[in-house]
Design a protein around this ligand. Structure first.
Ligand code: EPZ
Length: 430
């Protein structure tokens, strides 16, 4: 398994270009199952999670090609297999986003249940509820969810649970209802930019969707969706991660190809801490570190609130603030695996239920640490950039799931980070 070795000391400066959004690409790729023609997708990042989904789609009879310019061409060529195997699904929970399109287009889907996840219990009851309301018959057999329907029929539904709206659940029901008979209304739909992007792609394929970007989606089912060409949005979490890198160690870091309108909560919190963020345009900003980092309190919330996917990275900055900060996790109450590793690097963080109390201190020190999930790994990389001495991060396959060439992008900004390759194959799960 590869590892990263990071030596601190180099101030970051230069320009970094943000890749296409992982969490927009996954449902958009899944939506190509619905298409009666060829889809051309631009900006899909080269990531392990994307590769996993492409493999699943190929097994489901899609002809997929990645062209030299990075575009992905996808076309359904054989609809006989509608089974997504455990061996692939278990490596990525987001594989569940093929369920809605398979059911809508092929009237049958058998998808392995994804299994446990380090960031907490991640049920799919809301996906099931929505599909059942559209008329699907759903059962569970030998670790698989089996869904059948003669014809999905639109209806009104409320799609919310204890933790609010569901991103992938909304994506699944949205995709399914595009080919349902009649009108579907999804109340409490997730309105994350990635859901908006999916809705815009579906619209390009011929779907009729009203309320994009709001918590109420209204879908008028159509008989057929066509092929379409589409460019996915930039990854707001990758952008946020590099903005935090700039806030930690940036002399002058320019972040380009981002969408600042998707980053409001992150930018607002960083500015409250004293970080200088200069908006150049909606797609470009410049970040400089603050000498004194003010402590702040953050609560993670559905969009447009502060994203859970940036919680770990912000914790690194707060660990170096001039006082006590509090982070409350309202999406995944157990998503705090990074706390113990950051404490090993000298941070003073105490976890109390779904809350972390962070006592800022003047420095962190390098240590051998272990990546546990995607965003926790990103936090350790950020900590390594400023920790005294050398930091060794094991199991970086977690980071390869969602950050395109993070070490190369950081090296370009002047960071002293190198990947130490291991010849052993990685078979780890999410
Ligand atoms: C998406 O996961 C993202 N993944 C996650 O990003 C992100 O953390 C999450 O949304 C929240 O923003 C993708 O887009 C591929 P949810 P998703 O359904 O859709 C509960 C990353 O690091 N819930 O919006 O699976 C759930 O347990 C990843 O890139 C139910 O109770 O998240 C959670 O508490 C990690 N029942 C809350 O809702 C359900 O049926 C929000 O989950 C579904 C969800």
């Amino acid at each position: 398994m590869d590892k990263f070795v990071i030596r601190s000391g180099n101030p970051l400066s230069g320009t970094v270009s943000i890749s296409g959004s992982k969490n927009a690409s996954l449902p958009i790729l899944a939506a190509t199952i619905l298409s009666a023609g060829k889809c051309i997708l631009k900006g899909i990042p080269a990531l392990r999670d994307v590769d996993t989904l492409l493999q699943i789609l190929k097994e489901l009879g899609l002809k997929i090609e990645r062209k030299e310019n990075g575009d992905i061409w996808s076309e359904v060529s054989d609809e006989r297999n509608s089974v997504a195997r455990y061996e692939l699904v278990k490596t990525m929970r987001a594989s569940i986003c093929i369920l809605g399109p398979l059911l809508a287009k092929r009237k049958y889907a058998k998808v392995s249940l994804p299994g446990g996840c380090v960031i907490g219990v991640r049920p799919i009851d809301l996906h099931e509820k929505g599909l059942k309301l559209l008329g699907a018959d759903i059962s569970y057999k030998h670790g698989y969810l089996v869904a059948n329907v003669k014809q999905l029929v639109g209806t009104d539904m409320y799609l919310g649970g204890t933790f609010g709206s569901t991103v992938t659940g909304t994506a699944n029901i949205l995709m399914a209802s595009c080919l349902a008979k009649g009108r579907t209304v999804i109340e409490n739909a997730a309105c994350e930019p990635e859901v908006q992007d999916l809705a815009l792609f579906l619209t390009k394929m011929g779907a009729k969707i009203k309320g994009i970007g709001t918590h109420r989606l209204e879908i008028e089912g159509v008989k057929k969706l066509t092929g379409a060409t589409y460019t996915v949005i930039p990854d707001r979490i990758e952008a946020g991660t590099f903005i935090v890198a700039g806030a930690l160690a940036g002399k002058n870091v320019t972040i380009k190809n981002c969408r600042l309108d998707h980053l409001s909560a992150i930018i607002d919190n960083l500015r409250q801490m004293g970080t200088e963020i200069e908006k150049i345009s909606n797609t470009e900003c410049r970040v400089r570190q603050a000498k004194h980092k003010r402590p702040i309190d953050i609560t993670t919330l559905p969009y447009p609130g502060f994203p859970t996917d940036m919680q770990a990275q912000m914790m690194v900055l707060l660990a170096l603030a001039d006082g006590i900060s509090i982070i409350t996790e309202r999406i995944y109450p157990d998503r705090f695996m990074h706390v113990a590793e950051l404490n090993r690097m000298g941070a003073r963080i105490r976890k109390e239920g779904a809350t972390a109390v962070i006592e800022g201190r003047s420095k962190l020190w390098g240590a051998p640490v272990m990546a546990s999930d995607l965003r926790a790994s990103a936090a350790l990389v950020l900590a390594g950039l400023v920790a005294d001495g050398s930091t060794e991060i094991q199991r970086v396959y977690h980071i390869d799931r969602g950050y395109e060439q993070i070490e190369k992008k950081l090296q370009k900004l002047g960071a002293n980070i190198k990947r130490v390759f291991d010849k052993m194959p990685t078979t780890a799960d999410e």
